[in-house]
Design a protein around this ligand. Structure first.
Ligand SMILES: O=P(O)(O)OC[C@H]1O[C@](O)(COP(=O)(O)O)[C@@H](O)[C@@H]1O
Ligand SMILES: [Mg+2]
Ligand SMILES: [Mg+2]
Length: 326
């Protein structure tokens, strides 16, 4: 693992943000505050996830989201908690969420930022106590402050992200993010209520031996993808698939590997959403020295056309993604 483990646990997220603030071109403290708001929402979801079984907040909520997916109670709870934290924080003018059909315009005339988010990633794993996460992308609005939020504001290329990251609710809860100057990981200590820098300057190994793909759809995969999987098997690589994108991505980020959600019969454009799943992880992966494509194009160069658009997703160690692209 090519990551400098922070030697002292004394570096809290808050202190780290303050230290790094001056690295940021628009250093007015707004983005720093927004990152703190996201961390706060993450602490609340950590608590909800940990006691989901006790509070009977597992299971279906009884509604479907715009993608026709059954919403889990925790999908809805996480969505409400993040929206509330971002609203109260005051830095955000609009939110794009997996759980909401339309743009959530917060009518915050001072807000300069747009957040695209997957409040709860890995919903199929909520009730079985397997790691789940939250994914977020942060953009600066392009329309004048105070004016009505436009499609142009929320449909920006991933290369325009000013920050991106994820929370992982696993054996420990972590926040991993980038502002375009490297990737850092923080581990939450619930007894102190603080995130501490635990993975400084994260770098994904250039090559790896782990491949993550849902082989259940093997028969409906394109021949070249089938060929790539066969190559992995010939090389005796290890297959690992948790079924929570954040968790599969995080493992590969630390150990090296490739995560693939290609186009299939069931999902001709893939399953994962460009605006609030792929863009954020693509920025993290590239900042850590890896690659992220849709099979042909760099994810961060794709111009979004709709809020919930899906793209095939190939991301991970540079050599493995290059190999898969061949
Ligand atoms: O069950 P499948 O088809 O392998 O899909 C699993 C993928 O779907 C997801 O659950 C989609 O995300 P959501 O749970 O946020 O809808 C990813 O986390 C995961 O990688
Ligand atoms: Mg998701
Ligand atoms: Mg989700």
């Amino acid at each position: 693992m090519q990551t400098k483990l922070a030697t002292s646990v004394g570096i809290t997220l808050d202190r780290f943000i303050k230290k790094k603030q001056n690295d940021f071109a628009f250093a007015s403290g707004e983005l720093s505050q927004l990152l703190r708001d996201i961390a706060l929402a993450g602490k609340i979801i950590h608590r909800e996830v940990n006691r989901a079984g006790l509070l009977n907040i597992g299971g279906a909520y009884g509604t479907e989201n715009v993608q026709g997916e059954e919403q889990q109670k925790l999908d809805v709870i996480a969505n409400i908690r993040f929206i509330r934290a971002l609203k109260n924080g005051g830095e955000v003018c609009a939110i794009v969420s997996e759980e909401d059909d339309e743009i959530l315009d917060l009518n915050n005339k001072d807000g300069r930022y747009i957040v695209s988010m997957d409040p709860l990633d890995g919903s199929s794993n909520i009730d079985v106590n397997v790691s789940i996460g939250t994914i977020f992308s942060i953009f600066r609005r392009v329309s004048p402050v105070g004016s009505k939020v436009t499609n142009e504001d929320v449909l920006q290329k991933g290369s325009e992200q000013v920050a991106a990251g994820y929370l992982l609710y696993g054996s420990s809860t972590m926040l991993v993010y980038t502002t375009g100057r490297g990737v850092n990981g923080f581990t939450y200590d619930p007894s102190l209520g603080e995130f501490f820098l635990s993975h400084a300057d994260m770098k994904i190994p250039e090559d790896g031996k782990i491949y993550s793909i849902n082989e259940g759809s093997y028969r409906s995969l394109e021949p070249k993808v089938q060929q790539y999987i066969e190559n992995c098997k010939d090389k005796k690589y290890t297959a690992r698939y948790i079924g929570s994108l954040v968790a599969d991505f995080h493992r590969n980020l630390l150990k090296g590997g490739i995560y693939i959600y290609p186009s299939t019969d069931k999902a001709p454009n893939g399953k994962l959403r460009l605006n609030y799943e792929c863009n954020a992880l693509a920025m993290i992966c590239e900042q850590a020295g890896g690659l992220a494509t849709d099979g042909k194009n760099r994810i961060l160069d794709i111009q979004p056309e709709s809020l919930h658009q899906r793209v095939p997703f190939y991301t991970g160690s540079k050599k493995m993604v290059e190999e898969a692209m061949k």
